[in-house]
Structure formats: structure tokens, C-alpha cells
Ligand binder design. Structure first.
Ligand code: F6P
Length: 309
């Protein structure tokens, strides 16, 4: 997000605009928490995780009154165009805000979940994916040394992008994602055969949104089965380690391109759209489509996890 902020600020400054950062997201907008940005104030942030502007959930912005207060603060500050970086909640808020107040608004996709329609990848996803894979590699050392079965839970909310791709990249023996229906009995049989057969250790990557429940729920189901009494099973939940840390090169480049594209879209008179990268080309998608349409997972990749074991 910092790389995107830096790119957007510098592009807009180059175009002769004044640029303000809004601290704490929509809540900061309601409270008029603005800070003027310069070329210098966004230097030395491209390598930083998190966001220097901070982030916040805003219940006030969910109300028409809250959004009206935000619009009034923007007007008072002379802000006539907005760039919002975030996930589906941010973009849904942006669409409603535009409908009500008509302040041109361009969204940038920022979420580790990669679940936004209109872009092949979201800002933060690649970094989270790499963190997950690095951790799976580390967990594999213990799994291998102790002949253990590990259930590794990764984030992604209701989407399985991180799980599927970290599973493939980390060489997991199995991946469980919310996009497919999981039959617990088939899972038990498969994992048991993996442990009993050629694999003395196995890693199963479980998406937190897996419909059977997360890794702990699945572990309980396995432990309750007599077949698993001799199997040394552990659960590792990667959690918020996936949301932080210095961004990957791929994320920095994506964020820089999208930050510049967002300003260009505003300058070209676009409003209520999200900028994304599809087949390596900048694409604009109406904000509403971003969160009402579903980005599909590549099911062919699921077959890879089975094939490669
Ligand atoms: O949507 C991004 C995400 O990181 C999800 O993957 C995860 O479920 C959620 O946010 C965690 O949110 P919080 O930090 O509020 O617990």
C-alpha cells in the first residue's frame, strides 16, 4: 500500500496537483484527518509493510450521515478527487460514496486475499503468498524430522488463492479451499494413505475459509478417527504473519503501476472505477463489479497438488 501511495502522490504532484493523504481510512475522512503530501514525505516508504497512513474500520462511514460528514470535510479541504486503496469493503464503501456525493473516486485493489474481480492480482497478495511459502518450508523441516502430519492454515477470508498457490509452491501434499466441497471422509482416507504409504510426513494447507472449518476443526475430526491414533499431527496457523513485512518486488511493481494508473484515470475524468492489471495491461472496472462479481480460482492448479505427490 505504501508503494501505491508513493506512486499516486508522485504522479499527481508531477501533474501539478496538490495531494493529501487521509489517515485512518474512511474514519479519518469523516474526521478531516488530512496530511498534505510532498515528494519527500513519501520517500523511504516503498519498502515498508503496513501503511504509513494507517488503516481503520469505520462504522460511521456505513451510515449516510457519516458519508455526508466525510463529503463536507473533503469539500472544505478542496479535495476534488479520491483514490481508495483496499479490499471489497473499501471498494463497496467507495461505490456508495460516489453514488451519493459524486466526488470522482478511483479504487486500487489492496488485499492479501486476491479476491477482487477486475485484476489478476491484488496489492499485498504476492508478499503474503511468499510469506506463507517461506513458513511452509520451515514447517517442513520439523514435519520431516519427526515424521509428522502438519495442517497449516493460511489466510484469505472466503477465498483460496493463498492456500492453493502456497500449497503448490510449498509442495504441500494436499490443499483444502473454500471453492471446492470437501468430503471429510475422503480427506481422512487420502491423508491416511499419504502417511502410511510413501510419505512419512505430510503438509496439508487449509484455507481459513474452508467450509468444513479451519485447520483446528479438521485436526479434531482426524484425531477423533481411530486410524489417526498413531499419526503425530500438529496444527500451525500462520495468521497475521501473512499481512506484514517488506513487500515483494512483484508487489512493489504492481502497486507502483496501479498508483500511477489511478491518477491517470482520475485525470482522464473516470470516476467510480477500480484500476487493475489483467494480462499485464491496466484495466478499469466499474467499482460495483469488483465486489459483486466473483473472481474464479484456477481449478487446473488444484490437480497439480495431486499430480505432484
Ligand atoms: O481480508 C484480509 C484479511 O487478512 C483476511 O485474510 C483475514 O481473514 C482478515 O483480513 C483478518 O482481519 P483482522 O486483521 O481484522 O483479523
Amino acid at each position: 500500500m505504501n508503494a501505491c501511495l508513493r506512486a499516486a502522490a508522485r504522479k499527481a504532484l508531477t501533474a501539478g496537483k496538490r495531494v493529501f493523504g487521509i489517515r485512518r481510512g474512511y474514519q479519518g475522512m469523516i474526521e478531516g484527518d488530512f496530511v498534505e503530501l510532498s515528494n519527500e514525505s513519501v520517500s523511504n516508504i516503498i519498502q515498508k509493510g503496513g501503511t504509513v497512513l494507517k488503516s481503520a474500520r469505520s462504522t460511521d462511514f456505513r451510515t449516510p450521515e457519516g458519508r455526508a460528514r466525510a463529503a463536507a470535510k473533503l469539500q472544505k479541504q478542496g479535495i476534488d478527487g479520491l483514490i481508495a486503496i483496499g479490499g471489497d469493503g473499501t471498494l463497496a464503501g467507495a461505490a456508495v460514496f460516489y453514488d451519493e456525493h459524486r466526488i470522482p473516486l478511483v479504487g486500487c485493489p489492496g488485499t492479501i486475499d486476491n479476491d477482487l474481480y477486475g485484476t489478476d492480482e491484488t496489492i499485498g497478495y504476492d508478499t503474503a503468498l511468499n510469506t506463507a511459502i517461506q513458513n511452509i518450508d520451515k514447517i517442513r523441516d520439523t514435519a520431516d524430522a519427526h515424521d509428522r502430519l502438519f495442517l497449516v492454515e493460511v489466510m484469505g477470508r472466503d477465498a483460496g488463492f493463498i492456500a492453493l498457490n502456497s500449497g503448490i509452491g510449498g509442495g504441500a501434499e494436499m490443499v483444502l479451499i473454500p471453492e471446492t466441497l470437501t468430503d471429510i471422509n475422503k480427506i481422512k482416507t487420502h491423508i491416511h494413505s499419504l502417511m502410511a504409504d510413501k510419505h512419512r510426513s505430510s503438509i496439508v494447507v487449509v484455507a481459513e475459509g474452508e467450509e468444513l472449518g479451519g485447520a483446528s476443526v479438521i485436526a479434531d475430526a482426524l484425531r477423533a478417527d481411530a486410524k489417526f491414533v498413531d499419526i503425530d499431527l500438529r496444527v500451525c496457523i500462520l495468521g497475521h504473519t501473512q499481512r506484514g513485512g517488506s513487500p515483494s518486488a512483484r508487489d512493489r511493481v504492481l502497486a507502483s503501476r496501479l498508483g500511477v494508473a489511478a491518477v491517470e484515470a482520475l485525470l482522464d475524468g473516470h470516476a467510480n472505477v477500480m484500476v487493475g492489471l489483467v494480462d499485464n495491461q491496466i484495466r478499469l472496472t466499474p467499482s460495483r463489479n469488483v465486489y459483486t462479481r466473483k473472481k474464479s480460482i484456477n481449478f487446473e492448479l488444484l490437480g497439480l497438488t495431486t499430480l505432484l505427490n
